[in-house]
Ligand binder design. Structure first.
Ligand code: TMP
Length: 205
């Protein structure tokens, strides 16, 4: 029996955390809730390196490989074993973030081919069944982030970067065809939640 793999992604401040908390209430222990970067012990160590703003600015290619390294570990230690047990896996961010942030946000067009190769090699037959992309204008996402919890080194980058990231998510969703749905996250919280539940039920049935 193979489980179901669902990704919830979008700009920081798109309401992802709120929506994931509502999904946790709904599915509880019947699902594995996980996140990226992280989700496995070594991947969490890579997360600490990635999130730290200390030291000189990292080369964008370093970030790119670290996100894929963390993901390889997360796949083999967390996601794939859960899918093999037939679990519903709900992941906060995934490779959609790498495409949006490292390829489009950081304007690393020359790594785009490598992105698709890493995707094929790392995910193989365990690609997400559905990506739910919570879409919000970059300015609204930023004001939500600021009122909430402060920003990490990716969040605090300027508006032009955030706008490229948003376009990156939309482009990624388009490339995924029916495996990705963009949800207008500027709708009221409960409406977004209902929409997400409807999408999950549809892919489960
Ligand atoms: P978060 O877990 O608080 O969302 O922090 C993760 C940060 O890492 C967030 O700013 C988004 C960023 N990120 C990328 O830049 N690329 C990726 O592939 C992933 C998964 C996250």
């Amino acid at each position: 029996m193979k489980g179901l793999f669902i990704v919830i992604d979008g700009l920081g401040g798109s309401g992802k955390t709120t929506q994931l908390a509502l999904l946790k209430k709904r599915f509880g222990k019947n699902a594995l809730f996980t996140h990226e970067p992280g989700g496995a012990p070594r991947a969490e160590r890579i997360r600490n390196i990635l999130k730290s703003g200390k030291g000189p600015k990292p080369d964008p290619l370093t970030d790119f490989f670290l996100f894929w390294a963390a993901r390889a570990e997360h796949m083999s230690r967390g996601i794939v074993p859960a899918l093999r047990k037939g679990k519903l896996v709900i992941c906060d961010r995934f490779d959609s973030s790498t495409f949006a942030m490292q390829i489009r946000g950081d304007e690393q067009k020359n790594s785009e081919k490598l992105f698709w190769q890493c995707r094929e090699h790392t995910l193989a037959d365990n690609k997400p069944n559905l990506y739910i992309i919570l879409d919000t204008p970059a300015a609204l996402a930023r004001s939500r982030r600021k009122s909430r919890r402060g920003e990490d080194r990716f969040d605090e980058r300027k508006g032009t970067y955030q706008r490229r990231v948003r376009t990156g998510y939309l482009e990624f969703a388009k490339r995924m065809g029916t495996r990705a749905i963009v949800v207008d996250a500027s709708m009221p919280v409960l409406e977004v939640h209902e929409k997400i539940l409807e999408l999950i039920q549809k892919v489960r049935s």
